[in-house]
Write a protein that binds this ligand. Structure first.
Ligand SMILES: Nc1nc2c(c(=O)[nH]1)N[C@H]1C(S)=C(S)[C@@H](COP(=O)(O)O)O[C@H]1N2
Ligand SMILES: [Mo]
Length: 421
C-alpha cells in the first residue's frame, strides 16, 4: 500500500510539475525533473504534515458523518424490529397520499389501507427503465462541513408521483420517514412540485435513492430508501422514507424551517484546509491541502492568504476582499475515486462521467467536492493566520454571493499558526 504522501505525489505529478515551473526560481529545486513539492518533500525541506490528512474523492458509505435525529435512531433498531416497521428491503412500503389539510386531486393515491403502497420490488421495477446515478456531496446546512461525497442511485420521484394520477391543486410535495411512530420526532421536508417534475439548469432529478457508491443504502445512510435532492443541503434528503404527501399548500413546511433555517438555499461554494500544522519552522515551505465544496455556482479558484499578525489588516475587513490572495491549485480528478465503489470504477451511466472510460467529463464537478493544494513559501518567525477562500464560476469570492449563516456555511476559514526559528 502506498502511503498517502506517495499516492498524493503519484496522482498529482502533473500538478506538482506545474509548481516546479512556476516556483523553480525560489531556489528550492537545484536540478532534475522532480517537481518542487516532491523535491522539497524528498529532501525534507518542506513541511508536509498536512499531506498526511488527504482523503479520497468519494467517501466510504460507513465513513459518512451522521447527524440524523431519532430516539432511538431508526438505524439502530434491531433487524427484526426494522423488518416490523418496514425498514428492510423485504418489508419497505411507501405511501403517496393527498395532504388532508391542503388536498391535491389524485385519481390513484398509493396507500397501505388500499394495498396500493409502493414496495421495494415495485421500486426496482421502475428502476429497470428509470434509474439514475449522480455524484453529490451531503452537507448539513447547520454544520457546514460536508458529511460525505457519494454517488447516489435511485428512481426519479416524479415516476412515482405520476402513478398517483394527480389532476389539479398540486403545488408542493412534502415527505417524511419512519420516526418511531412519535409525532414529536417527525422530521419532514418539502419541495415545490415543479422541482420534482422537471430538472432545471441541467440538475439531476430528485430521487428515491436505494444505492450509494454502487451498494445498497445502509440503515445508517437512510436505507432501504431515502430521498436525495441533488442541489440541496442534507435536510431535504429524508432518510428511512415512508410517506410522500401531494399538497396544495403554497409555502415550505419543512421541519428545518421552524429552526430559523433558510430552506430554499442551494449548496454554496466554499473551501477549507484538511489539516494544518500549528507550528512550522522558519524558512520552511509549507505544503497545504484542502477541500472545496463545489456549490450551485461552480468553482473557478481556490485562493490562500497568509497574514502576519504583526501587520495591519487590509482595508476591507469584512470579507478581506483587498487582501493579497494567491491562487492555489485545484487538483485534477484522481485516478482512483475511492469510496469502496465496486471494482474501483464509477458505475456506468453516472451523470457527469464518461461511460466508456469511467472518467469525469469535466472538473471540478458541480455539487460535489474538489481538493486543492498549495505550497506556501518559507516565512520568518512570527504569529500568522492562513485563510482560504473560493471564487465561484460567476466570479463571486467567498462568502458572497450569499453570506448569511442560516442559508449554509460559507465563512472564510482562518487557521492560526506559529513560525518558530
Ligand atoms: N428521517 C430523517 N432524515 C434525515 C434527517 C433526520 O433527522 N431524519 N436528518 C437530515 C439532515 S439535517 C441531514 S444533514 C442529512 C444527513 O445525511 P447523512 O446521515 O446520510 O449524512 O440527513 C437528513 N435526513
Ligand atoms: Mo442537517
Amino acid at each position: 500500500m502506498p502511503s498517502p504522501v506517495e499516492t498524493f505525489l503519484l496522482q498529482h505529478h502533473e500538478l506538482t510539475r506545474r509548481y516546479f515551473l512556476r516556483f523553480g526560481a525560489v531556489g528550492l529545486v537545484a536540478s532534475g525533473s522532480l517537481p518542487l513539492l516532491a523535491t522539497s518533500i524528498a529532501r525534507g525541506d518542506a513541511d508536509e504534515r498536512s499531506l498526511a490528512h488527504l482523503e479520497s474523492w468519494l467517501t466510504k458509505p460507513d465513513e459518512f458523518q451522521d447527524v440524523s435525529r431519532g430516539d432511538p435512531m431508526p438505524h439502530s433498531l434491531p433487524e427484526a424490529r426494522r423488518a416490523e416497521v418496514g425498514l428492510t428491503r423485504e418489508t419497505w412500503k411507501l405511501e403517496v397520499l393527498s395532504d388532508p389539510d391542503h388536498p391535491a386531486r389524485l385519481h390513484e393515491p398509493m396507500s397501505a389501507a388500499d394495498r396500493t403502497a409502493l414496495d421495494f420490488a415495485g421500486l426496482m421495477q421502475l428502476g429497470e427503465t428509470h434509474s439514475v446515478r449522480f455524484p453529490k456531496v451531503m452537507t448539513c446546512l447547520n454544520l457546514g462541513c460536508p458529511l460525505g461525497n457519494g454517488i447516489w442511485e435511485g428512481v426519479p420521484l416524479r415516476e412515482v408521483l405520476w402513478r398517483t394520477e394527480p389532476r389539479q391543486d398540486l403545488r408542493r410535495v412534502f415527505y417524511h420517514g419512519y420516526h418511531n411512530d412519535d409525532a414529536a420526532q417527525m422530521f419532514r421536508s418539502s419541495l415545490p412540485v415543479g422541482r420534482v417534475l422537471e430538472d432545471p439548469f441541467d440538475l439531476p432529478p430528485v430521487i428515491l435513492c436505494y444505492k450509494l457508491n454502487g451498494q445498497w443504502l445502509t440503515p445508517e445512510r437512510g436505507g432501504p430508501v431515502r430521498v436525495v435532492v441533488p442541489e440541496a443541503y442534507g435536510f431535504k434528503s429524508i432518510k428511512w422514507l415512508t410517506h410522500v404527501y401531494l399538497s396544495n399548500i403554497a409555502t415550505a413546511n419543512d421541519t428545518y424551517a421552524e429552526q430559523n433555517n433558510d430552506v430554499d438555499s442551494p449548496l454554496k461554494t466554499f473551501c477549507a484546509t484538511l489539516r494544518f500544522p500549528s507550528e512550522v519552522k522558519a524558512g520552511t515551505p509549507i505544503a497545504v491541502t484542502g477541500y472545496a465544496q463545489v456549490g450551485i455556482s461552480g468553482l473557478s479558484k481556490v485562493q490562500t492568504w497568509v497574514h502576519n499578525e504583526a501587520d495591519e489588516m487590509p482595508e476591507d475587513g469584512r470579507f478581506f476582499t483587498d487582501a493579497p490572495w494567491r491562487d492555489a491549485e485545484i487538483l485534477p480528478p484522481p485516478d482512483s475515486m475511492g469510496g469502496d465503489i465496486p471494482d474501483d470504477r464509477v458505475p456506468p451511466n453516472t451523470m457527469g462521467f464518461d461511460n466508456d472510460t469511467g472518467r469525469p467529463l469535466n472538473w471540478p464537478l458541480r455539487l460535489t467536492k474538489a481538493h486543492w493544494a498549495t505550497l506556501l513559501p518559507g516565512l520568518p518567525p512570527g504569529e500568522y493566520s492562513l485563510r482560504c477562500r473560493t471564487v465561484d464560476s460567476h466570479g463571486h469570492a467567498q462568502p458572497m454571493p450569499r453570506p448569511f449563516r442560516k442559508s449554509g456555511h460559507a465563512a472564510i476559514e482562518r487557521v492560526r499558526f506559529t513560525v518558530v526559528s
